[in-house]
Ligand binder design. Structure first.
Ligand SMILES: Cc1ncc(COP(=O)(O)O)c(C=O)c1O
Length: 456
């Protein structure tokens, strides 16, 4: 007897299950749990011996990068150029450079050691590489103002932890929403008060000076930590310059001892001239002394798994706070990570990273075309559209932030289209806005063929 199980019924089953778990608070990390759900759908489809076509299960959940698929819709040599192809010549060169650095350290008795690094700030040579990079955006940071961390996540966590200890839990974490809410969860888990400020697309989803002022008025006596992502995830927008300048001025006036965390995870993904103009504002509004720049190898090199980032700051007390935290929490960064970080900065060309961002842009465009086709097909069948294409944001090449049609929930959208993204509400957007974040680092979207939809 022919089985009645179809790929759509599998999507339906898992979506319903996810919906229930979400409603009953069983989901700890919605993005990761959605990525896991996609894996489960795929396994079940295989177990049912269903023939999966490219667009039956499209995982646009997690903002990760899969270089194994670069060649499918991008440059054949790109994974190699980025040192991510283990069979490639560039990976070999990186490995050779790592060995060379070890030999040099052995001969000269300098970093990296086999023992601990007492300062726990990270290998000076690697700090130098991050400094060179950030200073190319108009700053003048030094190695002594830089600390290496296992990615932005632990880096910002270390700041929050240090400030919490210092203020006996009295600091308040303030951030625009929607935003990269993992940090909002970190703050809450550490027992810090979190105040989100609803922001708008017109401001690039930067909080406005008026909204920030209203929030800071409420917490006048407490130290505030303001988290900003000028190249924003999930919204794929870049902060409006005038809004950012005015917002920084308000913070400086109302919180002269507060901290500004500037998350630059996607710094290289936008045109350099735009980034330069935005980052200049931290100098012109005189907030550099209270700011921490967070820059990471993760997304910019397509290598989040390396776990390597740097925090850069002018304020010596903050530097000391982080050093104290690092010395107690993890003793020293692994020299394996440090050496690989150095080799990547030396060997991977900025042009190769740009090629990767261009590939993501190609995928964004292909995705939007595909969504348009879905809308058109539905229209022909007298069905309402699933997305509002005039409200799609794409300034950060790794993401598309788009409005779903009224009444279409992100799980309904998945069941209907096979495309799984993450609801904007996961990032603190309001439910009524009905936004969806789609991440294009994994699936070779630019190459999705136009096979006819299976009968479901
Ligand atoms: C804005 C933002 N900051 C930080 C991170 C995490 O960075 P890392 O891999 O350096 O911990 C992400 C990951 O998606 C992000 O989107």
């Amino acid at each position: 007897m022919k089985s009645s199980i179809t790929i759509k019924s599998i999507r339906q089953k898992y979506a319903e299950d996810f919906r229930k778990k979400l409603a009953t608070g069983q989901i700890a990390s919605p993005i990761r749990d959605l990525a896991i759900m996609m894996g489960e759908c795929q396994r079940e489809a295989r177990a049912q011996k269903l023939k999966l076509r490219k667009f039956d299960l499209v995982n646009l959940t997690i903002g990760d990068v899969e270089p194994r698929f670069f060649h499918v819709d991008g440059d054949k040599n790109l994974a190699n150029e980025l040192g991510l192809d283990p069979f490639g010549t560039v990976r070999k060169k990186i490995n050779e450079r790592i060995l060379e650095l070890r030999k040099l350290a052995w001969k000269t008795g300098t970093e990296p050691r086999t023992g601990y690094q007492p300062e726990a700030l990270g290998m000076p040579l690697l700090r130098e590489k991050f400094v060179e990079f950030i200073n190319s955006y108009g700053f003048d940071y030094s190695v002594g103002e830089t600390v290496i961390q296992y990615g932005s996540l632990p880096g910002i966590h270390a700041v929050l932890e240090g400030v919490r200890t210092q203020t006996q839990g009295k600091a308040v974490f303030v951030a625009p929403t929607p935003g990269f809410s993992v940090f909002y969860t970190q703050a809450k888990r550490l027992g810090l008060q979190f105040l989100g400020i609803q922001s708008q697309a017109a401001d690039g989803y930067c909080c406005t000076p008026q909204a920030l002022e209203a929030t800071l008025t409420k917490i006048k006596t407490l130290p505030a930590i303001l988290y900003l992502t000028p190249m924003n995830n999930p919204t794929s927008t870049v902060y409006n310059r005038a809004t950012l300048a005015a917002t920084l001025q308000v913070f400086q006036r109302m919180q002269p001892a507060g901290i500004i965390l500037v998350d630059l995870a996607y710094l290289e993904m936008i045109p350099k001239s735009d980034a330069l103009q935005l980052l200049r504002l931290f100098k012109t509004t005189h907030v550099l002394d209270q700011s921490i720049m967070v820059t990471s190898i993760s997304k910019m090199f397509g290598y989040p798994r390396l776990r390597c980032a740097a925090l850069l700051m002018k304020n010596p007390q903050l530097m000391k706070l982080l050093q104290d935290t690092a010395q107690v929490d993890y003793a020293s960064i692994s020299s394996g990570v440090e050496l690989e970080g150095v080799a990547l900065w030396e060997i991977i060309k900025p042009g190769s990273r740009k090629k990767m961002f261009a590939l993501f842009q190609k995928r964004q465009q292909a995705l939007l075309r595909w969504l348009q086709q879905i809308n058109e097909t539905r229209e022909k069948n007298h069905q309402s559209p699933v997305v509002a294409l005039n409200q799609a944001y794409t300034q950060v090449p790794l993401y598309v932030y788009i409005k779903l049609a009224p009444g279409v929930n992100f799980l309904d959208f998945f069941v209907e289209t096979g495309i799984c993204g993450v609801s904007g509400s996961v990032f603190g957007d309001i439910d009524q806005n009905n936004m969806l974040r789609l991440a294009v680092g994994i699936e070779p979207l630019a190459n999705l063929s136009r096979e006819p939809e299976a009968k479901t």
